[in-house]
Design a protein around this ligand. Structure first.
Ligand code: NAD
Length: 485
């Protein structure tokens, strides 16, 4: 039996977790049909609220194009739900595993069980998809889910609360609204799994809190993702892709190219073409309909501060594209900005930027690029533009990043079948693809003893039979190239 839907915010989160856990233990784990039905309900409520989602996000940001929200959030959510629905039967199937020679008449397999109650914590930058894709994944894996969206997008968070309260009973999917303190309390709950998307700084705190209860975590964090352009490769497709990756959502994208590494002979051409491409992409300038505002005054001031710090330290700062129509026409509008020659000591080369500012550095050869990337924290994404297979392979094999894109930016995130995640300071674990399903499932290994039980011969009292069995085991293992445990 399900507990009736009701407004969640005032309900104590720990009590909610207790309710979800007892419902999970009381009821059978959901079968394929039940999981698909939950995904279908989720799909329907997303499509029914498409306009409201776009309006809420635009109001929360100050301005964001409805097209951008469709493309960057709603399409991704629907694609993920459809991908999970199509592949769930295959994901859920137990997997037969190898049985060593000594145990041959037995059978071994892995079955993927729901973990129980999964906590999902989301940031503000893609407030809809970064809540709904983890939610869909957790539901596909048969779990119950508690969500904690960001306090910086209150209209979207409230809309999500209403949509989910209409669609799921609170013991199946529930939402907890609130700021940092609520986030801190949420991350200290004894979930069966916790997926956190947000900054590296808060990710550290979340992992600490989860460790008290030994809650397994998936951490989707941020960092400084480089875009590397091969010598002379400044064609229209390259420039358009870099501008798209850097300026979509006003640069507030975790996998946006953070800074560019350009061959020293190409610097001036890159600056000119970047400027022309921005002008073509946003012909109405940064106050036009297609350009997104910065989410809050604090974030806006931080970005302005990064540029000022770099300028003070001697960097060249150039605004790109069409100048804004009238300053102050729309609050928190920051023009696309290039910062050239910022030194490593400047804040802009140390912090994740998360805004429409692109520092540009030059290189002489790929060895230098590899050393530069490897001397810094491992990024969430690395992008390469060029046609040199050797160079590309060298870059991919000798650097480590969460994901990588070749001759595109951001598009790896849209690939349903690729794991999405970081490494080290940019994250831990991954979701999307089968990796997401598995992150939220428990892989239980099962061994069923067969009729012939050879290992029994290896038990005391030891005698001739043991010697015989050892000859079989060790001899046979040598032949098959490994020793079975
Ligand atoms: P954030 O870390 O400030 O907040 C994320 C969530 O944590 C919010 O729900 C917030 O309320 C909560 N929170 C805040 N303080 C907390 C605390 N002390 N304890 C527990 N929870 C707390 O991140 P943000 O500013 O919302 O988002 C921007 C960051 O997220 C960037 O670093 C970006 O790169 C990263 N990000 C990563 C991905 C990814 O998939 N890897 C996607 C989007 C954004």
């Amino acid at each position: 039996m399900s507990i009736p839907t009701e407004p969640i915010p005032n309900i104590d989160a720990a009590e909610l977790l207790g309710r979800q856990r007892s419902a999970f233990l009381r009821e059978e784990p959901p079968n394929l049909a039940q999981r698909k039905a939950r995904l279908a309900r989720l799909r329907a409520v997303v499509l029914a609220n498409r306009e409201q989602v776009k309006e809420a996000i635009s109001a929360d940001f100050g301005h964001r194009s409805h097209h951008e929200t469709d493309i960057m959030e709603l399409v991704g959510v629907i694609q993920s739900i459809d991908y999970l629905t199509r592949n769930l039967g295959r994901f859920m199937k137990p997997e037969r595993r190898h049985v060593g020679v000594l145990y041959r008449s037995g059978r071994a397999w892995v079955e993927y069980q729901p973990k129980g109650v999964v906590g999902v914590m989301a940031p503000w930058n893609y407030p809809f998809s970064l809540t709904f894709i983890p939610l869909a994944t957790a539901l596909a894996a048969g779990n119950r889910v508690m969500l904690k969206p960001s306090e910086l997008t209150p209209r979207t968070s409230e809309l999500i609360r209403r949509m989910l309260a209409e669609t799921f009973p609170a013991d199946e999917v529930a939402i907890v609204l609130g700021g940092r303190e609520v986030g801190a309390a949420f991350s200290s709950l004894p979930f069966d799994h916790l997926l956190f998307t947000g900054s590296t700084q808060v990710g550290r705190k979340v992992m600490k809190a989860a460790s008290d209860n030994l809650v397994p975590v998936t951490l989707e964090l941020g960092g400084k993702s480089p875009v590397i352009v091969a010598r002379g490769h400044l064609d229209e497709r390259t420039m358009s892709s870099i501008v798209f990756g850097k300026l979509s959502n006003g640069g507030q994208t975790c996998v946006a190219p953070d800074y560019a590494l350009i061959h020293e002979g190409d610097l001036e051409a890159f600056l000119t073409r970047f400027d022309a491409t921005v002008a073509r992409t946003y012909p109405e300038g940064p106050t036009g309909a297609d350009y997104t505002s910065i989410v809050s005054d604090t974030h806006y001031d931080r970005l302005v501060g990064l540029v000022e710090d770099a300028r003070r330290r001697g960097a060249r700062v150039v605004e790109a594209g069409v100048a804004p129509e009238s300053a102050g026409h729309r609050p928190r509008t920051l023009a696309p900005t290039l910062v050239i020659g910022a030194g490593d000591e400047s804040a802009i080369m140390q912090e994740e930027i998360f805004g429409p500012i692109l520092p540009v550095r030059t290189y002489r050869n790929m060895e230098e690029v590899i050393d530069y990337v490897n001397a810094r924290p491992r990024p969430l994404a690395l992008y390469y533009f060029g046609n040199e297979d050797n160079e590309c392979e060298m870059l991919l094999t000798r650097t480590t990043s969460g994901n990588a894109g070749v001759n595109n930016t951001l598009m790896h995130v849209a690939q349903d079948d690729l794991p999405f995640g970081g490494i080290g300071p940019s994250g831990m674990g991954a979701y999307h693809g089968v990796e997401g399903f598995r992150a939220m499932s428990h892989a239980k290994g099962v061994f069923v003893q067969g009729r012939w039980n050879l290992p029994r011969l290896l038990r005391a009292p030891f005698g001739r039979l043991v010697d015989l069995a050892l000859t079989v085991a060790l001899g046979a293992s040598r032949k098959s190239g490994h020793v079975d445990q």
